[in-house]
Design a protein around this ligand. Structure first.
Ligand code: GAL
Length: 693
């Protein structure tokens, strides 16, 4: 018999093998519940009690070590890992495995005092001080040497510990530094990219405002207010710098650890600080931190967030942190209502998470986060939400096996582009034009119909999707344009949203009108764009039985059909200003075996629903389970065999009666039948044999 700990390690090895690495044994369970635990903050005699309470909550993984640099290396070159050995061993006794965090988000005082050049400098030139965290410069070579050293020492020490599942590098990569080394590196990076300064001048159009540079060192280092080409390159540089910052640690860890130990980092919501697709090419799995500071879960936004993170590697992921009821950093840190902590855990699983970890187990007695939600109180005893999380743990244990090797599989995708996000933010033109809102507005209409949605990079392989939406794909490189044209020619239905194809990969204006390199294939183009003060009426000409009227609220582009087979599908109504009256708001043209649509308006939610519904209808995309009440979300995970698991959640505050259209047994309650009455915040899990279509 394998011990429970051994089982968990095995499970992860198989999980990683499922993700494309080495296969070892059979994974006995599919889901992990966990918590962030900071043993260094507590007397060692207390650990046993903590771990017993965790075990009672069905916790099988703890994340330890992140932020513990001053305990692991109390003085330069003096490493102390004995305490962590003992913590890991004791955790194993309680059938709890470990994710080790490298502590590099919190350098010790001896380091920053002796080597102040390792400290981050903000854009206004102010150097960070000790006392908070993330005070390091991401580009400083000396800091990287210290980071590599602690990572390597940890890897040497723990890399063959079979109770270590994997590694989290740093914590929530966030603020770039504008110190001397960052400036030097940025100039070197530009030189490498452009070769000669003349090439940079040409591509950035620096004759504008006499910006012409004579050498790379003259280029300013800023993240706002500059030439958009410079700003975009700064973002690319920041991405590359974070990648190389992590790579230093990956290179230190990888050769020293068991092949099954994964390497990841934890990311934040729609954080646009760097290109997450590029960064995740260097990591084994994606992991993110899921918080609703005001305590009000927005189920569709959270769903989109999970799908965004699943898209980083187009694989299952971890929720590395989430709130036990409430946080401490919002304006009003109200708790999630009873049942919603559990609801969020199951929603994560439905969208492809294989682990959910709570932040944190117990508040440190002092420190900046004393008020944050926890599982234990200051007295070391469970707080009310402990019971709800314990229920999640028991449920994961019970039904996790049914989800083994399953993952969501979508027929539709939304393209999410960091370049476009950045380019729009540099010059929003209307403060109301928010890139993430553009993406999530489409998602909100799409998700209830398609039920499984992928959010992926514009250069992803799109061949598996019947429909692809590209809201605000502002920056369109030639290679992305080629990907999109091929997709349509091979039968895909592509819907481009407002502001698409305006810029090239240097953030220069395309010399063709929007959508630039797609205009010829679309057989039409944007004549002019307008930021709107007031909503403008839009008619959907294709809706049946009759036209549907709606509004565009933020943006209006007038479109001109050029090719004979390009048709107008949305048209603007009458306005006071008159510029858009009666003109096309969306056009559509058959392309190869597929279709290309361009929508130049930001549709209100009702019109968006009608429009998206028609697009899906035309492409033959139907709901997995039709007729669900509005507040009920269906999530489907599919196994390699084609067998499926359904997770149904009632996000509403009323009970809902659901026709499952099959006789099914709820794996959580054992209740059988075709009809399900789902309580507010209720969850049901079903296993269905055989592929759906
Ligand atoms: C996260 C962070 C954690 C903790 C948490 C509190 O952003 O990674 O260390 O501070 O917030 O909500």
């Amino acid at each position: 018999m394998l011990s429970r700990t051994r089982q968990i390690v095995t499970m992860l090895l198989i999980s990683i093998c499922f993700l494309g690495l080495q296969a070892q044994e059979t994974r006995p369970n599919g889901l992990l519940l966990g918590t962030a635990w900071y043993p260094e903050q507590w007397p060692e005699q207390r650990w046993e009690t903590d771990l017993s309470l965790m075990e009672q909550a069905h916790i099988h993984v703890v994340r330890v070590g992140e932020f513990a640099w001053s305990t692991m290396e109390p003085a330069e070159g003096q490493f102390k890992f004995g305490w962590l050995d003992r913590a890991i061993l004791l955790a194993a006794k309680h059938h709890i495995a470990v994710v080790l965090g490298t502590p590099t988000a919190a350098p010790p005082a001896w380091l920053t005092a002796k080597y102040p050049e390792t400290l981050r400098v903000d854009e206004d030139g102010k150097r960070a001080e000790h006392g908070n965290r993330q005070q390091f410069s991401f580009s400083d070579p000396l800091y990287r040497r210290f980071a590599a050293q602690i990572a390597e020492r940890m890897a040497e020490h723990f890399g063959h510990n079979r109770n270590v599942l994997g590694w989290q590098l740093d914590n929530e990569l966030a603020a770039p530094s504008f110190d001397a080394s960052s400036k030097r590196e940025f100039h070197r990076w530009l030189q490498q990219k452009y070769g000669a300064i003349g090439e940079l001048n040409r591509r950035w159009t620096t004759s504008y405002w006499s910006q012409t540079y004579d050498n790379f060192d003259e280029v300013p280092v800023h993240s706002k207010g500059e030439n958009p080409a410079l700003l975009l390159d700064w973002k690319h540089f920041v991405t590359d710098t974070w990648i190389s910052y992590l790579q230093v640690q990956i290179d230190a860890i990888r050769p020293k650890v068991l092949p099954g130990q994964f390497i990841t980092t934890n990311t934040m919501h729609w954080n646009e600080g760097f290109d997450h697709y590029l960064l995740h090419k260097h990591l084994d799995i994606a992991a993110w931190d899921d918080y609703f500071p005001d305590g009000h879960l927005d189920p569709l936004l959270n769903a989109a967030d999970h799908d965004l993170v699943r898209g980083y590697k187009q694989r299952n992921f971890w929720v590395m942190e989430t709130q036990p009821a409430f946080v401490n950093w919002g304006a009003v840190n109200s708790p999630l209502p009873r049942g919603v902590t559990r609801e969020m855990a199951w929603q994560a699983i439905g969208h492809g998470a294989d682990a959910v970890l709570y932040w944190q187990w117990r508040s440190a007695l002092n420190g900046q986060e004393q008020y944050h939600g926890t599982m234990l109180g200051a007295d070391g005893l469970p707080v009310p939400v402990y019971g709800e999380i314990q229920q999640v743990g028991a449920e994961f244990d019970r039904v996790g096996g049914a989800l083994l090797e399953s993952t969501p599989k979508a027929q539709v995708a939304i393209l999410q582009s960091y370049d476009s996000h950045w380019a729009i933010d540099f010059q929003r033109h209307s403060q109301k034009f928010d890139y993430v809102t553009q993406v999530t507005d489409v998602y909100r209409a799409l998700k209830p119909i398609a039920q499984t949605v992928d959010i992926v990079s514009p250069d992803a392989d799109l061949s598996r999707y019947k429909v692809v939406f590209a809201p605000a794909l502002n920056v369109m490189s030639n290679s992305v344009a080629k990907n999109l044209i091929e997709y349509c020619e091979n039968g895909g239905h592509l819907v481009l949203g407002p502001r698409s194809g305006m810029k090239d990969s240097d953030d220069s204006l395309q010399v063709e009108r929007q959508p630039g390199p797609l205009a010829a294939v679309l057989g039409g183009h944007v004549d002019q764009f307008y930021a709107l003060e007031k909503p403008v009426p839009v008619d959907d000409l294709t809706a049946s039985p009759g036209n549907v009227h709606g509004m565009t609220t933020v943006w209006a582009e007038t479109l001109v059909p050029v090719a004979a087979d390009t048709s107008v599908i949305l048209r603007y109504g009458k306005t006071v200003e008159g510029w858009v009256d009666g003109q096309a708001a969306a056009i559509s043209r058959p392309v190869g075996k597929g279709l290309m649509i361009y929508v130049g308006a930001t549709l209100d939610s009702d019109l968006m629903k009608t429009f998206v519904g028609q697009v899906l209808d035309d492409a033959g995309v139907a709901p997995i389970l039709d007729g669900l009440p509005q507040d009920v979300e269906l999530m489907q995970r599919v196994k390699p065999s084609g067998d499926r698991v359904w997770i149904l959640i009632n996000h509403g505050i009323n009970s809902e009666h659901i026709d499952l259209k099959h006789d099914l047994k709820d794996l959580l309650t054992g209740q059988k039948g075709r009809f399900l009455d789902l309580l507010p915040h209720g969850v049901a899990v079903y296993s269905l044999a055989g592929a759906q279509r």
